[in-house]
Ligand binder design. Structure first.
Ligand code: PLP
Length: 372
């Protein structure tokens, strides 16, 4: 199997580029440059139970999340990041050979977890504008049902992963599309890691009404806690009881737990993060669009995917390489990090995370320097 390709650690890049970490503009991993709420930092500094194992029932954290999202704690299970919850769901549902449906281009973790559990990886690719082809998805689900004479009544097609807003382009699926997908005989895992930056409300409130909808959320993006590893899933009751059985008992850890609870107590800070990052997304998109050779896609997340024209004025690197990849490398030389994906449908694009206004200004200055 292919390993998951994480981005290079900051210190490693800093050394490779010969730049101090504070001189690097890191817009490659959708991290939140404002970091955690001051209340979360205080709670971490004051945490006094670090020698005690965490509560395996996550009682206090689940109550705090329940209060925040308006869904009873019985539907909530937390993990060391939403990534752990993705892994748990795959292990709970999939036997080798069962199908997992993925809608690429999208977050790489779904493909990776499908490989880990030895699933049959089934792609229902998005259209060129990244919208979901609902009929193609339904056809894939129908095409991967167990034959009617099978001894077991279960379908072979187990899970459908949808990132919404989608990473790496920031598009969303509308209510009507989601309802159509939920009508298929498959469990839909709706990954809302970026929903706080979107104009549409979260679908967590839909969960109690469906027996096949799982919604994932995280403290990594809006709450600025990617390094602390806290995420959660909102599940139908009939599903969640089985996940508790197979979950490692002591995640998230005590530090992540106290920080997450404090972060939720500071709603003004969360709202302010969403406001300033979406405002900056708009400003950055407009500035990027002014370069005739960049075409930013509309985004409802804290990043913007940009198509890079083949005749872009990037003199860096081998001309046999796509312009987008050369652009990524040329920006890196100037200490500005963006993400390039060597993957079908994305080879002519770069993804730029939304940072602080001064970071956008550095990015734009670096782009202008290229076209001189
Ligand atoms: C960042 C991201 C996550 C991962 O979140 P963690 O809670 O940090 O594990 C999940 N899904 C998508 C689509 C993401 O981009």
């Amino acid at each position: 199997m292919q390993p998951y390709t994480p981005i290079a650690p900051f210190e490693v890049l800093s050394r490779r580029l010969g730049r101090r970490p504070e001189d690097i503009v890191k817009l490659d991993a959708n991290e939140n440059p404002y970091g955690p709420s001051p209340r979360a930092l205080q709670a971490l500094a004051r945490a006094d139970a670090l020698h005690i194992y965490p509560d395996p029932d996550q009682t206090a954290l689940r109550e705090a999340i329940s209060d925040y999202i308006g869904v009873p704690p019985e539907h909530i299970l937390c993990g060391a990041g939403a990534d752990e919850v993705i892994d748990l769901v795959a292990r709970a549902f999939v036997r080798p050979g069962d199908a997992i449906i993925d809608l690429p281009p999208t977050f790489g973790m779904y493909r990776w977890v499908a490989d880990v559990v030895n699933a049959d990886y089934v792609a229902a690719p998005r259209r060129p504008d990244f919208s979901v082809d609902v009929q193609a998805v339904q056809a894939q689900v129908a095409g991967h049902m167990a034959p009617s004479d099978a001894t077991s009544a279960v379908t072979r097609c187990k899970l459908l992963f949808i990132a919404d807003p989608n990473n790496p382009d920031g598009s969303t699926v509308c209510d009507e599309q989601l309802r159509a997908l939920l009508a298929s005989p498959v469990v839909v895992v709706l990954d809302e890691a970026y929903v706080d930056f979107s104009a549409r409300p979260s679908r967590v409130s839909w969960v109690p009404a469906y027996n096949n909808l799982i919604v994932l959320r995280t403290f990594s993006k809006l709450a600025g806690m990617a390094g602390l590893r806290v995420g959660y899933g909102v599940f139908p009751r009939a599903i969640i009881q089985h996940l508790w059985k197979i979950k490692q008992p002591y995640t998230p850890n005590v530090a992540g737990t106290v920080a997450a609870i404090a972060a939720l107590s500071d709603r003004d800070y969360l709202r302010e993060n969403a406001r300033r990052l979406t405002a900056e997304r708009r400003r950055m998109s407009e500035m990027l669009a002014q370069f005739g050779w960049l075409r930013p896609f509309p985004s409802e997340a804290n990043f913007v995917l940009c198509r890079v024209a083949e005749d872009a004025p990037v003199n860096h690197g081998e001309t046999s390489q796509p312009a987008a990849r050369r652009l990524k490398q040329a920006l890196e030389q100037q200490g500005v990090l963006v993400r390039y994906f060597d993957r079908e449908g994305l080879r002519d694009c770069v993804r730029v995370s939304v940072g602080r206004p001064d970071q956008t200004d550095r990015l734009i200055a670096a782009l202008k320097a290229l076209s001189k």
